[in-house]
Design a protein around this ligand. Structure first.
Ligand code: BDR
Ligand code: CA
Length: 304
């Protein structure tokens, strides 16, 4: 079977960087055709820089990187994550990138690339602003997107940014609402499952033992980001695309709270017949991962 061509929308971010390394380590299964960047863990400029640093590390300067939204659609700007360090890569020693930023705004490029592909898979592991803008700019876009795999939300557990909301959805609740209302098939890997995909001492030792520059950088991120947030949120989304058989899911209807109050960004997940109340499910909600299998998948992808 040929590799799945996909566009990666992200805000690197240490765990986004680890997700990139996981995907790039499996060219047999995944073909990352473009990276679109959104402000999230850190501001847009460092995110765009970090995406290129990681691609250069992996020897993939051929993958274009597009800059996108510098802030959310309506929510207040300026929410950043404290988990990733001020550079977004936990104080990485990677050199500044030399590859250029590609021309075009991420939102326009998502639409252009999807139309060129005919049926594009998108994986999104940052605030959903770029995707929402693309949907607003191009209402026919859903016809050209086969699926969106999202890291975000907390369906049946507390949030990590507010008591009710996960970071990516808390940053831009309106964008998340637009994407979930788009009709595109969505798989959501929220905190329900990503809290099971944790960094272990063994993973760190194994990554260090591989010894390549890619594995050394991964080990740096696992140690320094993992000491603040041990959850490999964004790699879990890539792992779903690589090995859905190691996960368990439920189908449901997901709505996002766009109130400006304390519930902003909350996922309202309806799975029972009573809660669905006649609505069709719009989302595959991932709930469980085989953590050992996930760890093996991740480590194997780092090996040369
Ligand atoms: C999500 O928020 C960010 O900090 C991580 O990169 C991940 O995408 C986890 O809540
Ligand atoms: Ca992220």
């Amino acid at each position: 079977m040929s590799a799945v061509r996909f566009l990666y929308d992200c805000d690197p971010g240490a765990d986004d960087a680890l997700a990139m390394l996981l995907a790039l380590g499996r060219p047999d299964a995944l073909d990352m055709i473009a990276v679109t960047c959104v402000a999230g863990n850190v501001g847009l400029d460092p995110v765009v820089t970090n995406a290129r640093r990681i691609l250069e590390l992996a020897g993939r300067r051929d993958i274009p990187v597009y800059a996108g939204a510098a802030g959310p659609i309506m929510a207040p700007r300026g929410r950043v994550s404290i988990m990733h360090g001020s550079d977004g890569l936990a104080g990485s020693t990677l050199q500044p990138p030399t590859m250029p930023v590609a021309d075009g705004h991420a939102a326009n490029e998502i639409s252009r690339i999807a139309r060129a592909e005919g049926k594009l898979h998108i994986c999104a592991t940052g605030p959903l602003t770029n995707l929402a803008l693309a949907l607003l700019l191009d209402p026919e876009l859903p016809a050209y997107v086969s699926a969106i795999t999202i890291m975000g939300g907390a369906a049946f557990c507390p949030g990590n940014t507010t008591p009710l909301a996960e970071f990516n959805f808390a940053v831009d609740p309106h964008a998340a609402a637009i994407v979930f209302d788009s009709g595109i098939p969505i798989t959501m890997l929220g905190l329900d499952v990503t809290r099971q995909a944790v960094v272990t001492e063994q993973m760190i030792r194994d990554a260090q033992a591989i010894g390549t520059p890619v594995a050394q950088e991964a080990a740096h991120l696992l140690v320094n980001y993992g000491s603040k947030d041990p959850c490999l949120h964004d790699p879990a989304a890539i792992a779903w695309m690589l090995a859905p058989e190691i996960f368990k899911t439920v189908h449901g209807h997901v709505a996002i709270c766009t109130d400006s109050g304390p519930a902003a960004g909350q996922v309202v997940a309806s799975v029972s017949e009573r809660h669905l109340a006649g609505r069709s499910p719009n989302c595959t909600i991932v709930t469980i991962v085989d953590a050992e299998a996930f760890g093996r998948l991740f480590l194997d992808a780092l090996k040369p």
